[in-house]
Design a protein around this ligand. Structure first.
Ligand code: FAD
Length: 375
């Protein structure tokens, strides 16, 4: 029987959509299915009050890979958004990542030498307090890396909200490095290129999937496509790897975040896309004001309202969105066992963050698919 498709692609996230785009270019016929009611995976944005709302978490595209940057720019234009997050500690505002603006606000220092001296002084106090012992927990470790002030105002309570545990109860290895910059530069990323697609991420996905057959609200496992061999020569699977194998070796754990989104009746709520709340007086870790990803200057005021999302670190339970793999021993071992099974599946490509049980930013996903295409 002649099969209708070269590739059945499960998942319309960045992996599945980029794969479909390149396969189509190579003359292959694809069908993309997704169990969500819309395309785009985690990049999907919902339009509220004319503003693109990052429904599955704030996404900023950044890369130093010129090939990847040229590729995405051949699909859509990118704007000039630069990620400059701000931290709010009990009402005091600090620039992130830790740089001369942060140090000036913390200690009034004006030169890199003064800032370095202040940090060195606090680091040596912390090392002295250890009295020759290795740091026993995250708190002791962070003290030795950046000193007391940066740790207490900008790291401690934020980390405790993220992990749901005290820093003294978290292992030291979680924080190996805490980069500090002795320049007045609030750009969070060190990458050469960054931005947001002009018109939003949905435009990127729509352009990648232009002319390709797609079906939404179709779960691979409960649909006719489970017998994919009837329809396609190959399967590209970007769903959860443990689910593919019916959880036969056990369930992989995930970390998740949840969002409370609301409309604010003001054109400009916090003056920045991302504000981190680094103290316990707010239960959330960050507040995202979505319009600042795509609107600049006067444009911000062209829309009378704004959309904000509070982001909460949340214990994962069945039915929640699986966001971040848990990199502990049990999960790393289990994921590797599933990957070994995956390699034995004929004509099946496992890809993406769920299919590999690995955290990937967007650019490495594209890099991977481009490499596959070249092969
Ligand atoms: P996904 O986008 O998750 O797509 C997988 C798709 O498969 C989903 O649409 C899902 O519905 C579908 N699916 C799963 N199972 C089935 C099934 N059984 N049947 C049918 N369909 C199925 N990266 C950056 O570069 N910058 C950022 O700022 C950034 N921020 C992030 C913030 C958060 C909160 C998270 C979680 C990730 C962030 N990322 C960021 C990473 C980015 O989201 C990933 O690189 C990208 O989503 C990976 O694409 P994917 O196709 O692998 O996965």
């Amino acid at each position: 029987m002649k099969k209708a498709y070269d590739y059945l692609i499960v998942g319309s996230g960045l992996f599945g959509s980029t794969f479909a785009y390149l396969a189509k270019k190579a003359g292959k016929k694809c069908l993309v299915i997704d169990k969500r009611p819309q395309l785009g995976g985690n990049l999907y944005c919902e339009k509220i009050e004319g503003i693109n709302v990052h429904k599955y978490g704030a996404h900023i595209f950044h890369t130093s890979n010129k090939e990847v940057w040229n590729f995405v720019n051949s699909i859509v234009d990118f704007n000039r958004y630069t990620n400059n997050p701000v931290a709010n500690y009990k009402g005091e505002l600090y620039n992130l990542p830790f740089n001369m603006n942060t140090f000036n606000r913390l200690w009034g220092v004006k030169t890199p030498a003064e800032a370095q001296a202040k940090i060195d002084e606090q680091k040596s106090e912390a090392i002295k307090a250890l009295d020759g012992h290795e740091p026993q927990n995250l708190e002791e470790q962070a003290f030795t890396l950046v000193g007391k002030d940066i740790f207490e105002k900008l790291i401690k309570e934020y980390t405790e909200k993220q992990w749901g545990r005290k820093c003294t109860e978290l292992p030291a290895f979680i924080i190996r490095r805490l980069p500090v910059r002795f320049v007045f530069d609030n750009n969070y990323f060190n990458d050469k290129y960054q931005g947001i697609p002009v018109g939003g991420y949905n435009k990127l996905i729509e352009s990648l999937l232009n002319g390709i057959e797609t079906l939404v609200s179709v779960d691979f496992f409960t649909s006719e496509y489970k017998d994919w061999m009837k329809y396609a020569k190959n399967l590209v699977y970007t769903g959860a790897i443990d689910e593919y194998f019916g959880y036969s070796l056990g369930k992989l754990d995930w970390r998740t975040v949840s969002f409370k989104t609301r409309v604010e009746d003001t054109p400009n709520y916090q003056g920045n896309a991302i504000v981190n709340y680094t103290s316990h007086d707010r239960p959330y870790t960050r507040v995202i004001e979505h319009k600042h990803f795509e609107m600049f200057g006067q444009e911000v005021y062209d829309y009378p309202k704004t959309i904000v999302s509070e982001e909460y670190s949340t214990e994962f339970q069945d039915g929640m969105e699986p966001y971040y793999p848990v990199n502990d021993e049990r999960n790393n071992r289990l994921a590797e066992e599933y990957r070994i099974l995956a390699r034995k599946e004929e004509n099946v490509i496992f890809g993406g963050r769920l299919g590999e049980y690995k955290y990937y930013d967007m650019a490495p996903i594209i890099e991977q698919v481009l490499k596959m295409y070249k092969k």
